[in-house]
Structures are given as C-alpha cells and as structure tokens.
Design a protein around this ligand. Structure first.
Ligand SMILES: Cc1cc2nc3c(=O)[nH]c(=O)nc-3n(C[C@H](O)[C@H](O)[C@H](O)COP(=O)(O)OP(=O)(O)OC[C@H]3O[C@@H](n4cnc5c(N)ncnc54)[C@H](O)[C@@H]3O)c2cc1C
Length: 296
C-alpha cells in the first residue's frame, strides 16, 4: 500500500477543511472495509487519509423531534443492530445484519455503504424504502437530498469527492407499518447482491394501504425507487393478486446487466420474486408478526 498521512479531525468543519486543502489527494475513512481494500489493491490512491470516527456527532444515533431516526454517518452496522431507537426500522436491520459477517459489521458504517455507492450496496434499497434523506457538508455549506438523488452511478454520488456525509434522517414510521429488505446471492460466490429489494407499507385504520415505497438494488447503475408500482398499492386492500401485479410492474423497471453472477432475465425474475417477498413480509410485520430472515 502507498504511504499516506493519517488525519483524525475532531469536527465536521475540520474534516471538510482538510478535504478541501488536500486538493483531491485525500480519502475519507469510516470503517475502512471498502476504502482500505481499494487502497491496498491500488484501485485508489491517496496522499492523505482522513479518519472521521473521532468526530462525535457522526457516531450518534437518536430519535428525532418528529419521531424519525437520525443516524450519524459513521454509525456502524453493529451499533445500529443493537440500538433501541433503530429497532422499528426493520428493513435497515435486515440489510445491516447481512453486510459481511460480525467482524465486518462491527467496522462497516451505513454512511460508508452509501458513499461507496455500489449499485449492490445492501443498505441503500432499505434506506430508499424507509424514505431516508441525507445531510452532507461541503466547503460551501451544508446540503440535503433524498437518498434516491444521492448516488449518481456506480461508485459515484452527488458529493463528487468534495463532501462529507454528516447524517441520514429516516422518516417517522406509521403506527401500523412494516418494512423488509431481501437480497439474492449465489452461495458459492462473493457476498454481493445479484438482485435485491426493499419495501415499506403503512396501513390505514380501514386496512387499506396508506403509504408504500418499493426499492430495487443491483439491477441498474444505482438503486431504483419504484415509485409507480408503489403508488398502485395506495388505497388498495392488500391481496396476493395485488402484490403479484405490483411485483411484476416493479420488475419491468429493472435494467440489469449480464455478468458472471446472472443474466438480465434472471435478475428481472429475481426482482419480481424479491419485491413480492418483501411486500408480503412488510405486510406481516405491519400486522405485528415477527418475521426474521436472518436470526442472529
Ligand atoms: C468481507 C467483506 C464483506 C462485505 N460484505 C458486504 C455485503 O454483504 N453487503 C454490502 O453492501 N457490502 C459489503 N461489504 C462492503 C462494505 O463492508 C460496506 O460497503 C461498508 O458498509 C462500507 O462502510 P465503511 O465504514 O467500511 O466505509 P469505508 O470503507 O470507510 O468508506 C467507503 C467509501 O465511502 C467514503 N466515505 C465513508 N464515509 C464517508 C462520509 N461520512 N462522507 C463521505 N464519504 C465517506 C470513503 O471515502 C470510501 O470512498 C463487504 C466488505 C468486506 C470487506
């Protein structure tokens, strides 16, 4: 690995100033489970590594005044999985508990998973389904955007190497709501999703669907918010036929590539199956059932 200067700033401002003053020759380091691998394999080069874990606000996880959830960008998967305020955000927990194994989860952050901006990143469809927004700091000030606008392509995001992701804000959950995330991976290969889906459902008092969000992962250059299929659920009484129909619509939005892990047709079929499953699970969870795919 190329030699670099290590920095451990104590505030967001200090980190952003360092980033700006090192003129594109620095990388931010959270858990390091992506970036250290990239540096070691010479896929990236940096004269300066800026470790953000010493910035207190980035490791905070708390309920917001409106009842939502705020996650500092350096909150680890493990911290999330053991936190009470995060417990109702089940789709994100589904994702966090399949990112690598326990060792990776104790280092890997949700912010790093998003900033690495892989189309197959497990947390991203869950964040989309849960209506997450991000706040990031740049030399010219703080900006916010929806997670759906944050990633711009494989390995790319709106910060363009010039910003520091500060926090993620997840919307408050409805009183009768459920969410889920699932992925497909071939057991004999690397643990990255061949296709994945996240879903959120909120039921009205009369049992009809009041709010719905569906997200697709690993079937396009970035995760996809399947808005139209989700809107088709609104005002409807949940049924197997409705879910089947919406899952088929969602699969038409998948624009996957052919590669050694799966063909286009296989990934489209997987998308249909995973959307169907996550919608079913979200509905069961909204009804108060405990559905666990990955018991710890
Ligand atoms: C063995 C192994 C298994 C894995 N399995 C999975 C898996 O199953 N699913 C999956 O999705 N991923 C998996 N990963 C990838 C990885 O663990 C995740 O992407 C992780 O969440 C990244 O978080 P991190 O804190 O380690 O990020 P880092 O490696 O520290 O950073 C990742 C990128 O984001 C940037 N960055 C980090 N924080 C910020 C910030 N606050 N602001 C701006 N930029 C920032 C860094 O500069 C870097 O470009 C695996 C990795 C390994 C090594």
């Amino acid at each position: 690995m190329q030699a670099f200067t290590y920095h451990a700033p104590r505030s967001v401002n200090e980190a952003v100033e360092l980033l700006a003053s090192t003129d594109g020759k620095s990388v931010l380091l959270a858990g390091g489970t992506d970036v250290l691998v990239q540096l070691r394999e010479n896929l990236r080069h940096a004269d300066h590594v800026i470790d953000i874990k010493q910035i207190p606000e980035l490791t905070q996880l708390k309920t917001t005044a409106d009842g939502g959830l705020s996650l500092g960008s350096a909150v680890t998967c493990s911290q999330l999985l053991h936190s009470e305020p995060a417990a109702p955000y089940v789709a994100l927990l589904d994702a966090a508990q399949i990112i690598g194994g326990w060792q990776i989860q104790s280092r890997a952050t949700i912010g790093g998973n998003l900033c690495n901006s892989s189309p197959a990143a497990d947390s991203v469809p869950a964040l989309l389904a849960l209506g997450a927004e991000v706040e990031y700091a740049t030399p010219t000030g703080t900006q916010t955007c929806c997670v759906s606008e944050f990633c711009t392509g494989p390995g790319k995001n709106v910060m363009n190497g010039q910003g520091l992701l500060v926090s993620l804000k997840l919307l408050p959950l409805g009183p009768t709501s459920g969410s889920a995330y699932e992925r497909f991976i071939p057991r004999y290969e690397m643990d990255i999703a061949v296709a994945s889906a996240g879903a959120y459902i909120e039921l009205a008092d009369d049992g009809t669907i009041a709010t719905a969000r569906i997200a697709l992962g690993a079937v396009g250059p970035k995760a996809i918010l399947a808005t139209q299929p989700a809107d088709a659920l609104i005002g409807q009484t949940p049924s197997d036929e409705l879910i089947e129909d919406v899952a088929r619509q969602a699969a038409t939005l998948a624009t996957p590539i052919n590669d050694m892990r799966g063909t286009i047709e296989f990934r489209q079929q997987l998308t249909y199956v995973l959307v169907k499953r996550t919608l079913h699970t979200a509905l069961l969870r909204a009804a108060g059932q405990v559905v666990s795919h990955h018991p710890r």
